[in-house]
Design a protein around this ligand. Structure first.
Ligand SMILES: *Cc1c(COP(=O)(O)O)cnc(C)c1O
Length: 366
């Protein structure tokens, strides 16, 4: 007789990143942790130059291409250093003239991108949500993007403030998007972008790997005096195997993509995540205690930000303590924004969302 292993209850994990992963993905990884396929080794123990690992890498890339519909004239790279290194690599590789970079400023992460771009060239902030404390997205309809800018930078989802672009501007200069916190959450038209980057630990896998999707013509822009490891060209020419890549993290991305494909791909996950977020927003909007400060049209389906109506911290800390008691973690807002935040990435569970919604509803009747 075989017994089903019993798992201790999973925590309702609302962390912003590293974040919840699908249980079925973790179980699959567990089942082949010590014996991957017929290798008699763990994926972690494989040489990155071996056939079995090359297959892992090729599969992760192929599945990303299928899910996102990435055209063949784009390279997919698996790099290290997080999205934060991309703040530097993007300008080091793409600045090819003396025109300023056009940047859309929507919060802490776009500010960090701006700081690093400024080390390389000038930045022109073409739109900013700063005067509204980033609770709304700036209007782009009147923006005259410079066609000769080396690139235009946008942050697709503002993890800290809980705002998300529903559409992207059409620009003649290459549009570069930091999609760290909403990549693979909805279908997008990759051909609208020159470059997309995302740290994996929010929505597509564990920390340690960064996905870069770059249009081929942009690979040749990089000056040759840029360090080898910091040139996209190096990694494109070597299929992300110039040096040892984060092998296990890449394997996990492959499993997450496989899981997404089994659900029906990005249109399916978009339906799931927007419905989940709506449940939480509805609970907040109906609450006598909490409010979401964000403009309805800008609200993120990945990070739901809310706070006490009176601005009373003690209400928030009491809520957090009770949430904790009920097995919910990660609901504290980012240290720079305060308040509360529920991250509802692809792998979030309906059970966790139900527990949160119930608590928000109950809090109103206290
Ligand atoms: C988390 C995050 C980052 C930073 O990612 P690291 O991988 O920690 O460098 C950058 N941009 C956005 C939008 C993020 O959410």
């Amino acid at each position: 007789m075989t017994t089903t292993p019993s798992f201790p209850t999973r925590t309702h994990n609302f962390n912003a990143g590293p974040a919840v992963l699908p249980l079925s993905v973790l179980q699959k990884a567990q089942s082949e942790l010590c014996h991957f396929n017929d290798t008699g080794m763990s994926v972690m123990e494989l040489s990155h130059r071996s056939k079995p690992f090359e297959a892992v890498l090729a599969r992760a890339e192929a599945q990303l291409r299928t899910l996102m519909g990435i055209p063949s004239h784009y390279h997919v790279l698996f790099l290290q250093g997080g999205a934060s290194l991309q703040f530097s690599m993007v300008p080091m590789n793409l600045v090819h003239n003396t025109q300023p970079v056009d940047l859309i400023h929507t919060g802490v992460w776009s500010k960090k991108a701006m700081t690093e771009i400024k080390r390389v060239t000038d930045v022109r902030v073409v739109a900013s949500g700063e005067s509204q404390q980033f609770t709304a997205l700036p209007d782009l309809s009147g923006v005259g993007f410079n066609p000769d800018a080396p690139f235009v930078h946008i942050t697709s989802n503002n993890t800290i403030y809980g705002t998300q672009w529903s559409q992207f501007p059409v620009t003649s200069a290459p549009l570069v998007a930091d999609m760290s916190s909403d990549i693979l959450s909805r279908p997008i038209d990759v051909s609208q972008f020159g470059l997309i980057y995302a740290g994996a630990q929010k929505n597509i896998g564990p920390s340690g790997v960064t996905v870069v999707i770059i249009r081929d013509d942009l690979l040749t822009r990089c000056p040759h005096n840029v360090p080898t490891m910091l040139q996209y060209r190096t990694h494109a020419e070597n299929q992300s195997l110039y040096n040892t890549p984060p092998t296990f993290a890449i394997y996990m991305i492959g499993l997450v993509c496989e899981w997404l494909l089994s659900l029906g791909g990005l249109p399916a996950i978009e339906g799931i995540t927007t419905a989940r977020a709506q449940r939480v927003y509805d609970a907040i909007d109906n609450s006598p205690v909490f409010l979401c400060p964000n403009d309805a049209s800008a609200r993120s389906s990945m990070n739901v930000v809310f706070r006490s109506k009176t601005g009373d911290d003690s209400v928030e800390s009491a809520f957090l303590a009770e949430a904790n008691r009920r097995g919910m973690v990660g609901l504290k807002g980012h240290r720079s924004a305060g308040g509360l935040r529920a991250s509802l990435y692809n792998a979030q569970t309906d059970d966790a969302v139900s527990a949160l919604v119930q608590l928000i509803e109950e809090w109103g009747t206290h």
